[in-house]
Write a protein that binds this ligand. Structure first.
Ligand code: ATP
Ligand code: MG
Length: 557
């Protein structure tokens, strides 16, 4: 990790937990959970929630459950279950034996629904969807009692059992909690707790014709698992009274409490699953794991590391106020992490050939160079200094500005880890395009040694041997959206108008130093002076290497 001291940003949840432990609430236990709906791939917002829930449990010696909230059979799929598990493991967290599915509790949730009916706290309502809406009222208008509100316990039980047995069509009946149709909180106006759905469920198959609503299943699942601190995003604040109602009115084994924090939003991104799906479907990106996507599979392929994401979650902290996190904070976390963990290499993305005239043909000099400047224990890599080398097109200027200190006719520059060279001549083709630069090297200057007569050479550039190098495709990514707030659009348009047409630039024939021959999947490299890179896990093959740029170097901004 970086040398910088990392202070945790303030975290009101920690203060709550500390107090609870002190007062002996929940017997001093801390049990949290991460409850994804298996209806899409995880993104950076989920990562924030994962780091928070698993992180708090870790810090206070508790545990965090992974629970799939699979109460909506219409949109769920096992494919998502597997990818979510893999993503959480990749982030470095472990639920141990505590893997659960809300569907595991369907029988218990159903039994409790019958109990609510027997206690006069729930009833079967037969209003149509439209009538339900009408009777519910709105913020300015109190709701009206359903005409079915006073059905007898027997009738309610009979109807619920027949709903369960599949005797009715979807929408014919629902089960509702009997609370208060005049409550200022809409969520307490006799909320739905069961609906009929004749859909195949990815785990329970066709066993059930009724499914519990999220607002009923969630608190009770928490309580069954004896979760102590149930942390969710702010939009559920108004749902908390019903959360508490469920716990208070049923003989649950646990007594969880819900706490809310602000969703994480980030500049230059959209983060809703629905919008990300649209980008995939309309082929604005190559898939869910396109390295420009804010999905965990995307950023992983891009080269972001789990530790950089955990560092990011720590740095931004948690708050109750909506805010938009600057994307650069994340990039800086990635840089800080990779600066410490990425081995160094040189790569020339847009090559121009340099011929060193005062070297004999066939000259090959091996130069040992450190794999990491601060980690001598990592050992060295071999660079090959040869008569022909490549430098970056942009490191040469024929008519340099006064503040240009790299190579230009008659001027000197230092080749990183090697020698000082001087440009003697520029060879062009008939169209005026530079073919090669004829140079001479100063033998005294190997590895940063001063020039023999004390001449000052300011600039340092990277280079690669032309005789001994490998070729690769290098993909350079910009931001997926060209403005900080892509969802802020004129009427009649949507976030897609803000897609950045320059978010992917391909350099098909970059020249890479020889040591990268053995580049490993998921290893991280700093191409000196350029940025951080990794092999593309999908498209790179022996014979056609593909590198992704993870992030550029801060100094180049
Ligand atoms: P989306 O709106 O992107 O579809 P979601 O909230 O529907 O996300 P879930 O699978 O229901 O996705 O979320 C699992 C957990 O992740 C929830 O506890 C949710 O609060 C949390 N979460 C989702 N998005 C964010 C976010 N942007 N910031 C923080 N937590 C989030
Ligand atoms: Mg959701």
């Amino acid at each position: 990790m970086s040398d910088k001291v990392i202070h945790d940003a303030p975290n009101f949840l920690k203060q709550i937990i500390e107090k609870d432990i002190e007062s002996g609430k929940h017997n001093g236990q801390v049990i949290t959970r991460f409850p994804p709906e298996p209806n899409g791939y995880l993104h950076l917002g989920h990562a924030k929630s994962i780091c928070l829930n698993f992180g708090l449990a870790e810090e206070f010696g508790g545990r965090c459950h992974l629970r799939f909230d699979d109460t909506n059979p219409d949109t769920e799929d096992v494919e998502y279950v597997e990818s979510i598990k893999e993503n959480i493991k990749w982030l470095g967290f472990d639920w141990g034996e505590h893997l659960y599915f809300a569907s595991d509790y369907f029988q218990q949730l159903y039994d409790w629904a019958e109990l609510l009916i027997r206690e006069g706290k729930a009833y079967v309502c037969s209003l149509s969807e439209e009538e339900l809406r009408e009777y519910r009222g709105d913020f300015n208008r109190p709701g009206k009692d359903s005409p079915y509100r006073n059905r007898s316990v027997e009738e309610n039980l009979d109807l619920l059992r027949r709903m369960k047995a599949g005797e009715f069509e979807e929408g014919e009946h629902v089960l509702r909690a009997k609370i208060d149709m005049k409550s200022p909180n809409m969520n307490l106006r006799d909320p739905l707790i069961y609906r009929i759905r004749k859909t195949h469920h990815h785990r329970t198959g066709d066993q059930w014709s009724i499914y519990p609503m999220y607002d009923y299943a969630h608190p009770l699942s928490d309580a069954i698992e004896k979760v102590t601190h149930s942390i969710c995003t702010l939009e559920f604040q108004d749902h908390r009274p019903f959360y508490d109602w469920c716990i208070e009115n049923l003989p649950t084994p646990g007594n969880p409490h819900q706490y809310e924090f602000a969703r994480m939003n980030m500049t230059y991104l959209v983060m809703s699953k629905r919008k990300l799906l649209q980008l995939v479907k309309e082929k604005h990106v190559s898939g869910w794991d396109d390295p420009r996507m804010p999905t965990l599979s995307g950023i992983r392929r891009r080269g972001y590391t789990p530790s950089s994401i955990r560092l990011f979650a720590k740095r931004i902290g948690v708050s109750k106020a909506e805010s938009i996190i600057d994307y650069e904070i994340l990039e800086n976390c990635v840089r800080d992490d990779l600066d410490a963990s990425a081995q160094r290499a040189m790569a020339v993305l847009k090559p121009v050939k340099v011929v060193i005239e005062n070297l004999p043909d066939g000259h090959v000099e091996e130069i040992a160079s450190s794999l990491h400047p601060k980690k001598p224990e990592w050992g060295k890599r071999t660079l090959y200094f040869t008569k022909e080398i490549y430098i970056e097109e942009s490191d040469f200027m024929e008519n340099p500005d006064s503040d240009f200190f790299r190579l230009s006719p008659g001027k000197e520059v230092r080749l990183r880890n090697a020698y000082v060279i001087k440009c003697k001549e520029v060879i062009k083709d008939s169209a005026g395009k530079i073919q090669e630069l004829r140079c001479e090297y100063d033998k005294a200057t190997l590895g940063g040694k001063p020039t023999s007569d004390g001449r000052k050479v300011k600039g340092v550039i990277h280079w690669v041997s032309a005789q001994k190098c490998i070729e690769a495709e290098v993909r350079i990514y910009g931001r997926l959206f060209k403005v900080p707030d892509p969802e802020n659009v004129p009427e009649g348009q949507d976030f897609r108008v803000n897609l950045n047409p320059e978010s992917l630039k391909i350099t098909p024939h970059a020249k890479l130093e020889w040591s990268l021959q053995n580049a490993a999947a998921e290893a991280h490299y700093q191409f000196e002076r350029v940025g951080y890179f990794c092999l593309d896990s999908k498209d790179s093959k022996p014979g056609h290497l593909v590198f992704n740029m993870t992030v550029d170097l801060a100094s180049s901004r």
